[in-house]
Design a protein around this ligand. Structure first.
Ligand SMILES: NC(=O)c1ccc[n+]([C@@H]2O[C@H](COP(=O)([O-])OP(=O)(O)OC[C@H]3O[C@@H](n4cnc5c(N)ncnc54)[C@H](OP(=O)(O)O)[C@@H]3O)[C@@H](O)[C@H]2O)c1
Length: 303
């Protein structure tokens, strides 16, 4: 299979490439970095330089691909939010997704399927409410970003391409994300829940993120938006207690909201608010989670 991927050098993209390297595939990876070729197991990766805010030579690469996976986006925890940072968070997702969709429209041989990720932040802060794909959008900044981002991707349907949009939850893996930030304090006996502890975490193990992103490539019936988070979301308190228990450490020192506000400003909302999201559409489509429950997921990651 020939797959074109954006944002493939990042946290999720790296795990995806590793997974794909087990079978012979050709990957074309659009990056702001240098062009190069790489052989990784059975996988051939051609890195193609692009400016994700402009049309260019890269568009030719879309022609003849079997699938497109769109993972691009400025990391929401990269720096403290202000108006300029918020603009970048929005533009780094919506603009490249639009350009990609338009390039697909112009291609002579279009991909059969495009998977363009979104986030459970689509739903905004939902407290205890159970959230499925039928739930309404939220009304905060990230909910607005997700709506524009998803619309830009779903526009590719007009070109006869099947579009799948996984709304990803909080990704758990040892090398980064939330686990990367929590490990040290817990190891030093100074760990605890982040924020009030009452917010729900729509967590997901990296293996399920990768399998859930590839699921539409293997299953022609999968299209449209779907939650990509575990079927058993937990509160932050439950998460921190389980985290400590797996590491044989106490969970007693909460990280207060004001500290997060200092670090991330409005961006702290990503972690101090939450969604009790469940993957109803994915389960109905027959997907079986490798890690539906938190303890085995944390044991696999931490031990
Ligand atoms: N990780 C999570 O828990 C999570 C949860 C929900 C949704 N998501 C979404 O899933 C996607 C991938 O997540 P990730 O954690 O793998 O992301 P990541 O590691 O932060 O970055 C993904 C890639 O996007 C490109 N990129 C970064 N900043 C950019 C900018 N300002 N303008 C244009 N391109 C930029 C980079 O590729 P190059 O340097 O090669 O160009 C980077 O490798 C993102 O859209 C993210 O919002 C992630």
């Amino acid at each position: 299979m020939k797959i074109l991927i954006t944002g493939g050098t990042g946290f999720i993209g790296t795990a995806l490439r590793k997974h794909l390297s087990a079978t012979p595939n050709d990957l074309v990876l659009l990056t702001r970095g240098e062009p190069r070729m790489e052989l990784s197991g059975a996988l051939t990766v051609k890195y193609v330089h692009w400016d994700p805010s402009a049309r260019g030579e890269w568009e030719k690469e879309v022609n003849g691909c079997d699938a497109v996976i769109n993972l691009i986006g400025k990391n929401v925890f990269e720096e403290r939010w202000n108006n300029e940072v918020k603009k970048q968070i929005l533009a780094s997702r919506v603009l490249p997704t639009r350009l990609l969709t338009e390039a697909i429209g112009r291609a002579e041989r279009r991909p059969a399927v495009m998977v363009s990720v979104s986030a459970v932040g689509y739903y905004g802060d939902r407290g205890q409410e159970m959230v499925t794909e039928a739930s309404s959008a939220g009304n905060d900044f990230l909910a607005e970003v997700a709506q524009q981002w998803e619309a830009a991707a779903l526009a590719a349907e007009q070109f006869g391409v099947r579009v799948a949009v996984p709304r990803i939850g909080l990704v758990l893996e040892r090398s980064g994300g939330m686990i990367g930030k929590m490990l040290l304090p817990f190891r030093l006996f100074a760990g605890g829940p982040i924020g009030s502890g009452k917010q729900f975490l729509p967590w997901i193990h990296m293996e399920d993120v990768v399998r859930g992103i590839l699921y539409p490539l293997e299953n022609e019936g999968v299209k449209g938006v779907y939650n990509l988070s575990s079927p058993e979301p937990v509160t932050m308190d439950e998460f921190a207690t389980m985290f400590g228990s797996v590491l044989h450490r106490p969970s007693w020192l909460p990280v207060p909201n004001f500290a997060l506000d200092l670090l991330y400003g409005e961006g702290a909302k990503v972690i101090i608010s939450g969604q009790r999201a469940v993957p109803e559409r994915l389960l109905n489509a027959g997907y079986r989670f490798s890690y539906p429950s938190l303890r085995p997921a944390l044991e696999q990651i931490l031990l």
